[in-house]
Design a protein around this ligand. Sequence first.
Ligand code: AMP
Ligand code: MN
Ligand code: MN
Ligand code: MN
Length: 285
Amino acid sequence: MTPSLNADLHCHSVVSDGTLTPEALAERAKANGVELWALTDHDEVGGLQRAAAAARANGLAYLTGVEISVTFIEQTVHVVGLGFDPASQALQSGLRQTRGGRGQRALDMSDGLAKIGIQGAYEGALKFAGNHDLISRTHFARFLVESGVCRDTNEVFRKYLTEGKPGFIEHRWSSLKDAVRWITEAGGVAVIAHPARYKFTATEEFALFSEFKNHGGQAVEVVTGSHTAAEYVSYAAIATEFGLAASRGSDFHSPLESHTELGTLPPLPEHLTPVWDLLAGRIQH
Ligand code: AMP
Ligand code: MN
Ligand code: MN
Ligand code: MN
């Protein structure tokens, strides 16, 4: 297949922190001209049966997907998995373990917000969580917008939910090595998600890609809703330097909150190997 395929291999449903169902996402992807689609909920494969059925109903080529939260050199890194077998026991227990700390983290976030006078944030956030096992900062952000504390979720993250702010709690997620292993042992391809969003030094970033590659990681998101055009160019160069395939995905969460709509990103640069070339046998039609 060609690098110009309209693939969207990164988005979120109500099963994690998106606002649309897997069915609504599949319909929206189809309507927007997506030719290959994956649902990549955070730390959770619970929406994939519905996604696969909806993709089939819409005549949309489909890959299984997930976005795993990892801690690498004291920062959170996201690793997307594509084309794995969701029935894999190792993957399922790894994801269960990764999700496991979210409940206590949310209670601690709520305590932090209560200290500055914002009451009831845990219960408020939980109302927005379609999956109570997957309460995330996004659900807190929606609650603070609903309560009138901020105008939009970006403002909430900036003022309350990022490092050093009252609702931010340090959290240790899974290791890079484990996340890559769960994906690859389940027959999938591991992808570093939105690399430009991390705050690594050049040396740390080199370590991230080197270790990722050593553990069996095979791809990097180059064209994503969280990159600028200049960042597409930087990470195309990283893909070439590390011999990684390239992925493309909007990271769409919600019609009202997301600035990048499903299926509307520019194509991958022509000279890169598209991640879907590694996954040809895993695409469901
Ligand atoms: P969590 O996994 O609970 O730490 O939540 C991470 C999610 O928060 C990401 O997947 C994004 O959907 C969202 N997020 C992170 N940073 C921001 C930001 N600055 N503005 C809006 N949403 C953000
Ligand atoms: Mn998210
Ligand atoms: Mn992410
Ligand atoms: Mn995402």
